[in-house]
Design a protein around this ligand. Structure first.
Ligand code: PLP
Length: 436
């Protein structure tokens, strides 16, 4: 196989191409590697295959749609599945959030939500609100908006100037105080006060358009909010007329045992960004679910024959993606997968924390079916320990894990069973021990 031409994303291309790790097929909870091994999927692909690989209902819906109509534009046109998918998604979202703008992935979703926020204030005659606030270590995809509000230095520093007028809140990870917490960490709710402090001390609050956070920071290595933290952000945003955006690209669709993290935390933002699990990752799709009041503000701001929002993608509400989304959302409900995740979360937590005394384990953090295992780095090398464990897991233990820096992140499909959870953590434990 010639590996020369594919410039791989977020990959050490030269290292990878010396010994490629290739997945050739998938079924249920497993991938099959190119050398014929069944690999247990501990990461739902990339946090996205929430239901199960190759779900027959989703596959059938995509096949049928591909035969019926390959593509239809959604600029001044439409097709029925787009409206059906939007209605189903709205019905699953927290009450009040029921206007759906489709895009193709999480990055486009984030940029779409930020643009809606800026435009929303402008059409209300409040154009002075131009600032956007994200969080340190936040991941909001790779568009210019997303990397600007994002807080992972490695994803920003190659690209020079990002958007102006952006600030970042501190992240709530504090291993010294909260190490090995089960579920939400006890300490750190006061970090949410940083929002109001910065608004008053640094920025005039009337210049801020939106705050965007992941309810649980996933890609950076699983950082959980202390109880009350998100509620405090909500209160501060409401107090100063700032829109709150939850980036639920990872937490959406059952990861915490509820449709969205907003439901889990009982905090309703003004917009939710989702993607990944929306179609069980079978066809790329993202969405912004905005409040009815944001939508109505746009509808009331101009004559009926005018476009209200100058934004959209050729593939917004692509028919194949809509077919996949409708089938996927049905599967979640019919198979009760969110409840299943909620019920499994205790066993998942116990299994995760059994690794606590293994060599080099610095912290374990978990909620729902998400877990981060942070390791002490090797002093002479940077971030190689988790990578070596990842390789060992793939080649020798037949499990797929994800690493970021020296943190292992796990987010299996919600269909995983107790035996597979035990297998997943058991094999990771062996790899940690053997690597030490
Ligand atoms: N936002 C969050 C919270 C994510 O975790 C991701 C991807 O992992 C994105 C946005 C970007 O999504 P995509 O890779 O589909 O563009």
């Amino acid at each position: 196989m010639n590996t020369e031409h594919f410039w791989m994303p977020f990959t050490a291309n030269r290292q990878f191409k010396q010994k490629p790790r290739l997945l050739e097929s998938a079924n249920g909870m497993h991938y099959t590697s190119s050398d014929g091994r069944k690999i247990l999927d501990g990461t739902a692909g990339l946090w996205c295959v929430n239901a199960v690989h190759n779900h027959p209902k989703i596959v059938a819906a995509i096949e049928k749609q591909a035969r019926t109509m390959d593509y239809a534009p959604c600029f001044q046109m439409g097709h029925p599945l787009a409206f059906e998918a939007a209605s189903k998604l709205a019905a699953m979202a927290p009450s009040g959030l029921n206007r759906v703008f489709f895009c193709n992935d999480g990055s486009e979703g984030v940029d779409t939500a930020l643009k809606i926020a800026l435009a929303y204030h402008k059409i209300r005659g409040d154009a002075g609100r131009y600032r956007l606030i994200g969080r340190e270590r936040g991941y909001h995809g790779v568009g210019f908006g997303g990397i600007s509000v994002g807080g992972i230095a490695g994803n920003r520093k190659q690209f020079g100037a990002a958007l102006a007028g952006v600030d970042h809140l501190p992240h709530p990870l504090n291993i010294e105080k909260n190490g090995f917490s089960k579920g939400l960490p006890e300490h750190g709710v006061e970090l949410a006060d940083a929002l109001e402090q910065r608004l008053l001390a640094l920025h005039d609050p009337s210049t801020v358009a939106a705050v965007i956070v992941e309810p649980i920071q996933g890609s950076t290595g699983v950082i959980l909010p202390p109880p009350g933290y998100l509620k405090k952000l909500r209160e501060t945003c409401s107090k100063y007329g700032i829109l709150l955006i939850f980036d639920e690209v990872i937490t959406g669709f059952g990861r915490l045992g509820s449709p969205f993290a907003a439901d889990y935390f009982g905090v309703v933002p003004d917009m939710i960004v989702c993607a990944k699990g929306l179609t069980n990752a079978a066809v790329p799709m993202g969405a912004v679910i905005a409040s009815e009041s944001i939508y109505n503000t746009f509808m009331q701001a101009s004559p009926e024959n005018q476009i209200e929002l100058f934004h959209g993608y050729t593939y917004s509400a692509h028919p194949l993606a809509c077919a996949a989304a409708i089938a996927t959302l049905d599967v979640y409900v019919e198979e009760n997968l969110f409840d299943r995740a909620a019920k499994l979360s205790d066993f998942f937590e116990q299994s995760a924390h059994q690794l606590r005394d293994l060599p080099n384990v610095k912290d374990i953090r978990n909620l729902g079916l998400v877990c981060g295992i942070e390791l002490h780095g090797q002093s002479h090398k940077t971030c190689t320990r988790a990578y070596e464990i990842f390789e060992k897991c793939f080649w020798e233990k037949d499990v797929l894990i994800r690493t970021t820096g020296d943190i292992i992140a796990l987010s299996p499909p919600l269909i995983i069973n107790e035996e597979q959870i035990a297998q997943l953590f058991g094999r990771i434990g062996e790899a940690i021990q053997e690597q030490a």
